[in-house]
Design a protein around this ligand. Structure first.
Ligand SMILES: [Zn+2]
Length: 388
């Protein structure tokens, strides 16, 4: 019996379509799959200004959809943004929801689809498995590579002034995901770098996650890391490189599938307070904390980091600890070359707030339990100091 597999369950979305320029014919794509025709399109004002939304709305309308546009999503979305979105959609009587944008738009779309048919108050949804009943049909179209939010069952909202809270429930898996690499072409290099590193963090943390790691999440994490590490620099250097953009989008999605089933850990726990207090974007805050946490975990996670060294640096000689060092050094080199900011002080964090950040990070117990090594508040403070 000792060689058997541990029991596990794996879930993901039922349908994914990858098609360059697919968003420009979103009406056809969605119209062929769903009967509903009163659509809520959840996005942000930046994409509207960039001219990305108008052709998509035109495509939906040409296929007979009545479109209610909600373009007020902001990074680290607070509860009132979601509630405003739901109110607008309710007034319009929508019967299908499309999230289109970065992780924040996709996250808001998930809970809007739930709240549009649910009597549950938002406050009752936080935590794991609290959502009851069903939701409206839900389609997700990411414009960054990325959060992987298009294939996860998680929404993160900012509650109160600074606290990040998560809703985790199977209802939040979308019905359909469109991956259109063309939507990511306009993403500036620094955002391409930060969001790409965040996607790598998802793969790494899923691969070393303490409780729910399984053979399927492992396979997805390895392939995600292979694609992301091989294409990050190319996508940063030339945003119009279609091959690199599609590989990054695919890699970010695979990493999302992995961590939806084998959850992320200390990098994310330490990153959330940076978003809450300083509005450092999610991807960047994870990129800033990755190096210190990799070094902190390296000893305990050596056998797993050694396996990941084969994926991102190719096979090599040496024992587990030496190969783990190769993995950490290769990740550092990638991050340096990507052009993403590397220190907390570069993004406006002041050293007199590090203790408060450490105390805040301790609240992320949902994530910290997944880390290969226990993180105390003193450890968290030391990690912020190292990142400063
Ligand atoms: Zn992340």
């Amino acid at each position: 019996m000792s060689d058997g597999l541990n029991p596990f369950e794996f879930r993901t979305v039922p349908a994914i379509q990858l098609e360059w320029s697919g968003a420009k014919r979103l009406g056809e794509v969605v119209g062929a799959r769903f009967a509903a025709r009163k659509v809520l399109l959840v996005t942000d004002g930046g994409l509207v200004k960039a001219g990305i939304i108008a052709p998509i709305v035109a495509s939906l309308e040409a296929s007979g959809f009545a479109v209610t546009l909600f373009d007020e999503v902001v990074a680290d979305p607070p509860e009132h943004v979601l509630l405003a979105c739901v109110a607008k959609a309710k007034a319009a009587g929508v019967d299908i929801v499309i999230g289109l944008g970065g992780g924040s738009s996709l996250d808001v779309a998930k809970l809007a689809a739930v709240l549009l048919v649910s009597e549950q108050p938002l406050a009752d949804l936080y935590g794991i498995g609290k959502v009851q009943g069903s939701r409206l049909p839900l389609i997700q179209v990411p414009t960054t590579a990325g959060t992987g939010s298009e294939v996860t069952n998680i929404t993160i909202l900012t509650t109160g002034e600074t606290t990040k809270m998560g809703v985790v429930s199977p209802q939040l898996y979308a019905d359909f995901v469109l991956l259109d690499g063309e939507l990511t072409v306009g993403l500036p290099a620094v955002h391409t770098a930060a969001t790409g590193i965040d996607a790598m963090v998802h793969a790494i943390e899923a691969y070393t996650s303490r409780h729910k790691k399984n053979p399927v999440s492992d396979a997805l994490a390895r392939e995600a890391l292979r694609l992301l590490s091989a294409n990050l620099i190319a996508a940063c250097k030339d945003g119009t490189n279609r091959k690199a953009r599609e590989a990054m989008l695919l890699g970010a999605m695979l990493a999302g599938q992995a961590f939806a089933n084998s959850p992320v850990a200390a990098v994310h726990a330490l990153a959330y307070p940076l978003g809450g207090h300083y509005h450092v974007p999610h991807g960047l805050s994870n990129a800033l904390m990755l190096g210190p946490v990799l070094r902190f975990n390296a000893k305990a996670a050596a056998p797993l980091y050694a396996e990941l060294a084969d994926v991102i640096a190719g096979p090599g000689a040496g024992g587990a600890e030496a190969r783990a060092d190769v993995f950490v050094a290769t990740m550092q080199k990638l991050m340096d070359e990507s052009g993403a900011p590397r220190r907390l002080r570069d993004v406006g964090v002041t050293d007199n707030t590090l203790a408060m950040l450490a105390s805040d990070a301790m609240k992320q117990t949902r994530l910290l339990v997944n880390n290969p090594v226990e993180v105390t508040e003193a450890d968290a403070l030391a990690l912020y100091r190292e990142a400063f």
